[in-house]
Design a protein around this ligand. Structure first.
Ligand SMILES: Nc1ncnc2c1ncn2[C@@H]1O[C@H](COP(=O)(O)OP(=O)(O)OP(=O)(O)O)[C@@H](O)[C@H]1O
Length: 474
């Protein structure tokens, strides 16, 4: 879109004699008044047609009463038009959900388009460097349709020719700040067109208490928290392996315990077994009763437990060979979830080379061959560097909680995740605000999803373990 701005050429004038004033005498072309009037009239008409074309409903709602008043007087106009707002009000009062779905979000989208995005578009584009001001004209990306969902605005944009998605991904902060949102995401919708997502409020701002233990046994996906759009966050544990990375205090424990809580009925029904490796002797020891003798804390015990898991896996693989290609949890062949808290203690920080080799080999074997035969790994880790965790790519599903450095985001979630909006290094270190908040990139989707895990407190864990040991419902 080009817009002519006056006076721009004067900026480029240079004088070599500083004490002489520059005299700027633009060439004056006499235009007949009628020509100017025709041009103005044409612009007015084109503007009206464009307005009608872009906002037919709003224009109809505004123009109808005006036309009726002019034709039949205000009393008749009032009589004829009043039923429409009265009907809408009655609809809103009687069936709010359908009113919001069919009318409310559209009205809000129109308002947000006019008041937020169109009003600030030109300055935000120029200041962020996504638009150009060349030869006195603004060359701006085209603002398209705005759609409102319950939690965010989705803004369609046509990029300038020659722009890339990365140009936009590099300016997410500018866009979020420019349009008054807490964050911004960018996704390519089709060639040259983008969808920007601006959350209007954050459903993850508050701590989410532990969910009730499910009624029926299931090996997953288990509900362990909320997604950014307010929908439940379901974590798949059966048929995959999950790596959770986060700095100290990021809330890795809440993901582990939320998953265990969701699996508890299946554990009781014998469809799932949880094998716990707790080298820090902290996180999992609270719920020891849930793991029976499948609990290890010393590196030697951890290596033995992992070897046992490998042996279960290999025996199953031998039995399943040529008969079945995937695993369904049964009492005879339960899903085995190997939970490892701070896996680097067992691999990178382990001083005994032989133990380190055994543990790394067992973990690599489980993560490469376990998922088809019902053996999964859920591992937590503080430092995602390759030297610390060289098998992180063997985990199909990864969760990045708060991380210390921006480069660590792509190490966990894969290349380009941070550019796509996974700002795990910006998550608040204040536990109430940021603990348990993270980004997930699932095997099936390249776009990271912002999530928050429920907080399963020590009291919840003890209650779970005590009730489990006593064979009662939690
Ligand atoms: N999901 C959550 N929601 C809100 N607060 C949480 C959540 N998870 C943890 N917290 C808070 O953050 C604190 C640290 O959590 P936690 O110990 O689980 O982190 P961590 O990542 O396991 O840390 P470390 O690696 O040091 O063990 C907890 O004491 C709790 O107050």
């Amino acid at each position: 879109m080009f817009k002519r701005l006056p006076g721009d050429e004067a900026r480029n004038l240079v004088t070599t004699t500083p004490d002489t004033a520059v005299v700027f005498r633009p060439a004056v072309i006499q235009t007949p008044a009628i020509l100017t009037l025709i041009i103005f009239a044409w612009r007015l008409l084109a503007g009206l047609i464009r307005l009608l074309w872009r906002h037919p409903v709003a224009m109809l709602a505004t123009l109808t009463p005006v036309v009726l008043t002019l034709l039949y007087g205000w009393q008749t106009a009032l009589l004829l038009t009043a039923p429409a707002p009265a009907g809408l009000a009655a609809w809103a009062l009687t069936h709010w959900t359908s009113f919001v779905r069919l009318i409310g979000w559209r009205l809000l989208a129109w308002w947000r388009l006019v008041w937020v995005y169109r009003r600030h578009w030109q300055p935000v584009m120029i200041v962020s460097g996504l638009g150009r001001h060349l030869w006195g004209r603004d060359y701006l990306p085209r603002l398209g349709k705005v759609t409102c969902t319950p939690w965010a605005d989705l803004v369609a944009v046509r990029m300038l020719k020659g722009q890339s998605v990365k140009d936009w991904a590099d300016r997410l902060d500018h866009l979020a700040q420019g349009f008054g949102s807490a964050s911004c995401r960018v996704a390519l919708s089709r060639g040259g067109r983008l969808t920007l997502t601006f959350p209007r409020h954050d459903p993850l701002a508050e701590r989410i208490p532990a969910l009730p233990v499910p009624d029926s046994p299931t090996a997953g996906p288990v509900e362990i928290g909320k997604q950014e759009d307010g929908r439940p966050w379901l974590l798949k544990v059966h048929g995959t392996h999950v790596l959770v990375a986060g700095a100290t205090g990021a809330g890795k424990g809440s993901i582990i315990w939320s998953a265990i809580r969701g699996l508890l009925p299946a554990v009781r029904a014998g469809l799932v077994e949880i094998w716990a490796l707790d080298p820090k002797l902290m996180e999992l020891s609270y719920g020891r009763a849930l793991f029976g003798d499948r609990y290890a804390a010393t590196p030697e015990d951890c290596a033995d437990l992992l070897d046992q898991a490998v042996s279960v896996m290999q025996k199953r693989a031998a039995r399943f060979a040529g008969i079945q290609r995937s695993h369904t949890p049964t009492v005879d062949d339960p899903f085995v979830l190997v939970v490892v808290d701070e896996v680097a203690f067992l691999t990178a920080y382990q001083s005994d080379r032989e133990l380190r080799r055994r543990i790394s080999a067992a973990l690599a074997t489980l993560t490469t061959q376990g998922r088809a035969v019902g053996v999964g790994v859920l591992a937590a880790l503080q430092d995602p560097r390759k030297e610390v965790m060289n098998i992180r790519n063997l985990f199909p599903d990864k969760i990045a909680l708060r991380l210390d450095e921006s480069e660590q985001v792509d190490m966990v979630l894969g290349d380009g995740a941070r550019d796509r909006g996974a700002l795990a290094d910006h998550i608040s270190p204040v536990p109430g605000l940021g603990a348990g908040v993270g980004y997930v990139r699932l095997e099936a989707s390249p776009d990271p999803i912002r999530v928050r895990a429920t907080y399963v407190s020590d009291t919840d864990i003890r209650a779970m373990a005590d009730a489990f040991a006593a064979g009662e419902d939690v």
